[in-house]
Design a binder for this molecule. Structure first.
Ligand SMILES: *Cc1c(COP(=O)(O)O)cnc(C)c1O
Length: 422
């Protein structure tokens, strides 16, 4: 791995620190956030768009400090999805680590403790905007002193794993139009889906949302910002995708031409792209412990890893996520074999087969040891991680400015036991 003119020898690092291990590269987060903000601002200027741009890092994608701080350092605002995430924001505010200008949008169901915390931070003068999700929150927010946003469940269908037949987030378009005036309404928010692999999946909802925005603005003249949520994709498999630049250009272009067509003053734009920023910033590394035959597939064999797909990379199991898997050492091995990877838990679902295909890896015959790296694991896998069979979570290393730091040790038996009351 290279970082400017530094380089990291992953093989030597895992020989020293052992496996299973995750390595985080904060520089990748910094580059992606900086690039995203600069590209939006550049197209806003080039295309003569008159709204402002705000990037909000959605904390739920990865709440590890080593992810959040580099994003904030590059100018990211935050989007939180729960009281506990907002509590971390509060801690950062109290330790005076955050610039008072940072903007925080609050999604997710507002439990009473969540609302109390929103109000507490708002009273301290911070720019905390609750996004109203339902009628109960709407009622409660009538007493809220600051600006609020509202979430719409847009009536559009796009292609993605998460575009469900039934969506329970936010208000329907009809409901919003019947609400009339909402006190201090400044943001209209929607979040369509995640890992949206075509630019059209961004364009279609954007147009529809602008039309709704215009109608809502009649009774809510303070409405000035459209928050288009997350969804930018990562090329997990060897697949061609749009570039960030292309996507951003189309978004600004569409916002401008459609707002002009509607005679609407260009709204400020918020994006909350999480996966796009976080996924490429981490890799997960395992050692191959053993090799086993697969009874009915004589052309393939199991490689057993010293970790667990079901625990550490749960999307492999939950949504059949595919990953780039590459050998860490023996890169020039002559003899390659077709493998499926087996996790160390006792669960038959704890495996990775690249969707029933295979992973081509060096044969174990001619090597002393073999490590594999799973790439792009920085989004969602850590917060979803679990402890099936009471296996330990991986160690977490941070690679930055030419140095390796151990951020979290690999869990020891007593750490894991504690989680279960022992
Ligand atoms: C999950 C989520 C995001 C981030 O989505 P990505 O697909 O990771 O970009 C943004 N906004 C909201 C409201 C979300 O729930």
């Amino acid at each position: 791995m290279r970082e400017g003119n530094y380089q990291y020898n992953i093989h030597k690092i895992v020989q020293k620190y052992g496996t299973s291990t995750e390595i985080v590269f904060p520089t990748i987060i910094e580059n992606r956030v900086r690039d995203l903000i600069e590209t939006f601002n550049a197209y806003i200027k080039i295309l003569g768009y008159r709204g402002r741009f705000y990037y909000h890092y959605p904390m739920k994608v990865n709440q590890n400090k080593e992810f959040v701080l580099p994003a904030v350092a590059e100018g990211a605002n935050l989007d939180v999805s729960s009281r506990n995430e907002l509590y971390l924001v509060k801690k950062m505010i109290e330790s005076e680590r955050f610039n008072a200008k940072i903007r925080v949008t609050c999604n997710g169901p507002k439990t009473p403790t969540y609302m109390d915390l929103i109000e507490e931070l708002r009273a301290k003068g911070f720019n905390i905007v609750p996004i109203i999700e339902d009628y109960v929150e709407l009622e409660r927010m009538k007493k809220f002193g600051g600006p609020v946003g509202i979430r719409v469940n847009l009536n559009v269908k796009i292609k993605s794993h998460w575009d469900k037949k039934f969506n329970r987030f936010g208000f329907t378009e009809e409901e919003l139009l019947k609400l009339g005036k909402v006190r201090n309404l400044t943001i209209l928010h929607y979040h369509i889906s995640s890992q949206m692999e075509s630019v059209e999946s961004f364009v279609k909802p954007l147009k529809r949302a602008l039309e709704l925005f215009q109608k809502l603005k009649e009774k809510n003249p303070g409405l000035d910002t459209l928050d288009i949520g997350g969804g930018a994709a990562v090329p997990y498999e060897k697949k061609r995708l749009y570039t960030g630049k292309n996507l951003i250009q189309r978004i600004v272009k569409t916002a401008k031409s459609h707002a002009d067509k509607l005679g609407l003053r260009h709204p400020n734009l918020i994006v909350e792209w999480g996966r796009y920023v976080a996924a490429p910033a981490q890799m997960t590394i395992y050692k191959i412990l053993a090799e086993k035959t697969i009874e009915t597939k004589s052309d393939k064999r199991w490689y057993v890893i010293d970790g667990s797909f079901m625990n550490d990379l749960i999307d492999s199991w939950a949504i059949h996520q595919k990953w780039h898997v590459i050998p860490v050492n023996a890169l020039h091995a002559r003899k390659l074999v077709k493998t499926w990877l087996a996790g160390s838990s006792c669960d038959s679902d704890d495996k990775y087969t690249a969707g029933g295909m295979h992973i081509l890896l060096p044969s174990l015959e001619n090597v002393d040891e073999l490590y594999v790296a799973i790439l792009d694991t920085g989004a969602y896998q850590d917060p979803l991680a679990s402890h099936h069979c009471l296996l330990s979570s991986p160690a977490k290393l941070i690679a930055g400015n030419g140095e390796i730091k151990l951020a979290r040790k690999r869990e020891q038996p007593e750490d894991v036991g504690k989680l279960f009351g022992w």
